[in-house]
Structures are given as C-alpha cells and as structure tokens.
Design a protein around this ligand. Structure first.
Ligand code: NOJ
Length: 557
C-alpha cells in the first residue's frame, strides 16, 4: 500500500464557536484556539480541521459564508488567523480548512447580484428555476425542513437551497463559478494552509432535468443530488487546477456515498480526494423516516457496516475513522453508556475500537474527555436551526406530538456536540468570562480538561496513548483488517495483519462480563487496555473492556 503523511496523521476537529473564548463575548474565537495549541500538542494530534471561520451571518454557524476570504467578526481577523496558523506550524500541527462550496450565504455578494435581476452577469452563479403550476419546480425537501426551493418575488423565480433558505446552492455547471472557487482555494493554499475538508461535496452536481425525488418523510429526498453526473469531473478538474499543486490533505464529506462511489472519490491514484467521510454507520440509530429517535446504535449492524468499509476501501482508497463531529450527538450516549459507572470505560472502549482500524482517525473536541450528550429542558434550549425547524415542522404536520418529538430531538440534536468545551470547574468551565452562546453541559464539574490532565487513568490520557501507538506501530495504520465473531451481540473483535505481525483488538460493548478465547495470543504484548491489561485473566471480558494485543511473530501462533 502506498504510504502518505495524511494516512499516518490524527486529525482533531475544532468547532471554533464552542472551543475557547478569549474576549468574553460568549463565542469561541481564533485567539482562544491559539491559546490551547499546547493542549493539542500534548494530546499528540497532527492536524486540526477547523470548522468554518469565514465571514458569515451565522444562520448555520458559519456553514453559510458571505466572504471566503475574510474572517468571521466574532472569531477575530486575518492577523489572528495568521498568528494561529504560524503558532500551529511551530508546534508541528497542520491546519485543514472547511471548504463550503456547495452553497454560499444569501448575503454573499455573488448571490446579492444574482438575485437582483434575470440578466445580471452573476444570475447563473446559482440555480434559478421557474415555478410549476404556481408551486416549487420539483418536490425536493431541504435538509433543514420545508421545500428546497425558495420563491423570490423580485424576478418571480425560485432558487435552490438544499440547506437553509439562507444557503443558496451554487451552480457548478457554470465554469465561472468553478474558476472563482478554484482561485479562492489556491489563494488559501498559497497562504500556507494544509488542506480542505469539503462540506457536502457529493452534492455539487445536480441530476439532469431536476426530476422529482422519492418522497421520504414530507418531501422528495434531496439525496437524489448525491454523486451527481458530473461530480467526479468537477473534482478531477479541482485536483488538476489546485490540489495536485500543493502537499495538502483533502477529505470529502460525502453524504449518500456508496462504497463504489467512495472508491472513485478517494481513489489511490490520487485523481480526486484523499479520503471520504461516509455516514452509514451514523445512520444506524435513525428513526424510520427521519434521523430523530431515542435508539442506541446496534452493535451487529455497526460491525457489519464498518467492516464493509474496512474491506471495501483496503488498497484502493482510504477511510476516515470517526464517531463524533459537530453534526453528531456524543458517541458515549449513542453507543456507550453515559452513566457515572460506565462513562469513562465505555468512552475508552469506543476509542480503542475505532483507533485500531485502518483509516485516518478524527477526534472531535471533547471526545478525548468522553463528553456526553447534554440536557435540554425545553425547545427554547436548542440553538441549531435543524433541530428547531424539525421540531416545529414535524409537530405541525401532525406526524408527532410534542411529547413524542422532544426526547427524540434531545437525543439526536447537533447541539449535543456543540456545548462549549469544558476546560475546568470555574464558572462557565473556563470557556468564557461572558455568557456562553449555548449552555454548557451541566456535567462540566465532572468532565473537564483540568481534571483529566491531572488523572493518569483519564479518557484524555487514554486517547493520548492511542495516538502515540498509531505513530509507533505501522500495523495500526496499514495492516489488513479481518472481523471476528460477526454475530456476537456484545463483542467487537478484529485482527489486523502486517507482515509477520498480528494485532488483536477485543472490545466488550456491554455492561456484563463476556467470554473470549485468546488462545494463540498468550505471549502477545498488551499495547493498550482500559483495565489492568492482564491477559491471563482476559478469558473473561469485564464490562466495556477493551484490549489490543500485538503478536510480533506470526510463526509463534
Ligand atoms: C454539513 C455540515 O457538516 C453541517 O454542519 C452543515 O449544516 C451542512 N453541511 C450545510 O453546510
């Protein structure tokens, strides 16, 4: 397998709004990030993926950009950015920017011009259509409720917005749009940034003729736009014109990606992107029609799914390994057990299972502390437009009652991931001296950085160790993967193989003891374990136990 620095790297995602506030306005900022770079260095990560920091009216917390080359006022300015970048580089940490180019903000000057008249030169920068019988051009729904089309009185036409009405979709068919985007990317690369995480990049090419889509829930499924007819042409063009000219890392957020499509996006010839973010494993706890539910992620389908991606991309493409990001509720509450008794154990078990796989691991801020979902007392506690809109729409539609819907939203809301980072036990957890834009998780007295840095057995130190192991043992990065016990409902176990080495990973995803046969591994070295690591007793797996064992010479087996 071809080696590459981005295959060996560990990425840490920062959601700047919630990371660290340096000026007391209740909103995290760039100087706040700079002040915590030593913390990230101590954790051992190599790359930061920064959620968007560009100028934005913040309808979707920065995923609605009004200027790609200015910094969001609340986050600071370009000098602060340059300082953050150079301080990160001094510490050997790279910075990957979020690239949101499926859509812009409706306040972006391009859109302001585009909507001003039908013959404006920028009209065709966006997707405008006539209505059909006084209604939307087709039945597509937006990811944030309601139809994906908004009527604009000024020119008596509709524009497409797969996300909020303030996020109009760019028209990638237009060569001028592509040039604007590629030139902007080139300028950022020349500034010295280290790569791009590409927001919903699988949606940029819309299906020809804009046909109605199959109705899921209330509207036609916007995923009809996923992996559209020209997406690979556009990415190849981007690769030739920009990406191939710099030594950068690229990851595509690819909603609706299939294994076959992923092999194209992240092909090992390098003609498109380095790796993809797929979502199948994150959808395993969805409700029937919508993502909203109170379910736990089921283990057998999870094993089946992750195994499919491990085997499917081996040698031909590259996986991103993740359980958490700013759109996902906290994994300890979804897959582990967030009670005091099992929170830390299950956080470590989940981490072991993910970090020993093939792919580039992503740690989302607070995941390294084992952060949990938060507590919502009323619908007024939500800030995320997705949650607020869905709650309103699904109740108004009569599909759910308030009583049904509230626990579902509380369990799956993106705000669970966005509560401010708990640095210590002081007021507002040391995140801000002002009023935080979103309430802290009330458990910050128990789960915070200061406590975990002090404790040798903390989740933080466990992550630190996992990260270090990946740098010490090539088998963790490049080894082949094989699943054991596919039907076991409690144990996730697999073997990685590289040359004469074997790495056995065994995780008990239950709060009861389980049996496992370790024969052949009696002389193996314990790389990591969340109990005492004594293998002779490991025939019984303790609740949420995890262990990784290295057998250095396969002949010994
Ligand atoms: C995916 C991003 O991760 C999410 O936060 C955002 O709301 C949508 N894309 C729209 O940009």
């Amino acid at each position: 397998m071809k080696k590459a620095w981005w295959k060996e790297a560990i990425v840490y995602q920062i959601y700047p709004r919630s990371f660290c506030d340096s000026n007391g306005d209740g909103i995290g900022d760039l100087n706040g990030i700079t002040s915590k770079l030593d913390y990230l260095k101590e954790l051992g990560i190599d790359v930061i993926w920064l959620s968007p920091v560009y100028k934005s009216p913040n309808d979707d917390n920065g995923y609605d950009i009004s200027d790609y080359e200015a910094i969001m006022t609340e986050f600071g300015n370009m000098d602060d950015f340059d300082k953050m970048l150079s301080e990160a580089h001094k510490r050997g940490i790279k910075i990957v920017m979020d690239l949101v180019v499926n859509h812009t903000s409706d306040e972006h000057p391009w859109f302001v011009e585009s909507r001003s008249s039908k013959d404006n030169p920028k009209r065709d920068y966006y997707i405008w259509k006539e209505g059909k019988n006084g209604k939307e051009p087709n039945n597509w729904g937006s990811a944030f409720s309601g139809p994906a089309w908004k009527y604009d009185e000024k020119t008596d036409m509709y524009y497409l917005h797969l996300f909020s009405t303030k996020q109009p979709d760019l028209n990638w068919e237009n060569q001028k749009v592509r040039k604007e985007v590629f030139d902007m990317m080139t300028r950022w690369c020349k500034k010295g940034i280290d790569g791009f995480r590409m927001d919903v990049i699988s949606l940029i090419s819309k299906p020809e003729g804009f046909p109605d889509a199959k109705v899921v829930g209330l509207y036609g499924d916007m995923n009809i736009c996923a992996n559209g007819p020209k997406v690979h042409d556009y990415l190849k063009e981007m690769n030739q014109k920009v990406l191939s000219k710099f030594d950068i890392m690229t990851v595509g957020e690819t909603a609706g990606v299939t294994l076959d499509e992923a092999k194209r996006y992240a092909n090992s010839e390098g003609s498109e992107l380095n790796m993809v973010f797929q979502f199948e494993h994150m959808n395993l706890d969805s409700g029937e029609k919508f993502k909203w539910s109170t379910k736990h992620i089921p283990l057998v389908p999870l094993k089946e799914n992750l195994t499919k991606w491990q085997l499917g991309l081996d040698d031909v493409a590259w996986n991103s390994l993740y359980f958490c990001n700013h759109d996902q509720p906290r994994i300890v509450s979804r897959l582990g057990d967030d009670s005091d008794e099992f929170r830390e154990l299950s956080a470590k078990c989940i981490a072991t299972c993910l970090h020993m796989m093939q792919g580039t691991p992503y740690v989302y801020q607070g995941e390294e502390l084992g952060m949990t979902n938060t507590v919502f007392n009323s619908v007024d506690d939500f800030r995320d437009l997705e949650s607020v809109n869905a709650y309103r729409e699904l109740i108004e539609s009569g599909l759910y009652t308030k009583e049904d819907m509230f626990p579902k939203i509380a369990h799956k809301s993106r705000d669970n991931a966005r509560t401010p980072m708990p640095w210590d036990t002081s007021e507002n957890a040391g995140f801000t001296t002002g009023i935080p834009w979103l309430a802290l998780n009330p458990n910050y007295n128990k789960i915070n950085v200061a406590d975990q840095l002090k404790r040798e057995d903390s989740v933080f130190h466990y992550y630190q160790k996992l990260i270090k192991l990946r740098k010490e043992y090539e088998i963790i990065v490049y080894g082949k993967y094989e699943l054991l016990l596919p039907d076991d409902e409690h144990i996730f176990a697999y073997v990685r193989t590289l040359g004469n080495q074997k790495l056995l990973v065994v995780c008990n995803f239950s709060k009861t003891e389980q049996k496992f046969d370790f024969s052949g591994y009696e002389n193996a070295k314990v790389l990591i374990s969340n109990y005492d690591g004594n293998i002779s007793e490991k025939a019984t797996l303790k609740p949420y136990s995890a262990i990784a064992l290295l057998l250095d010479n396969a002949q010994k087996m």
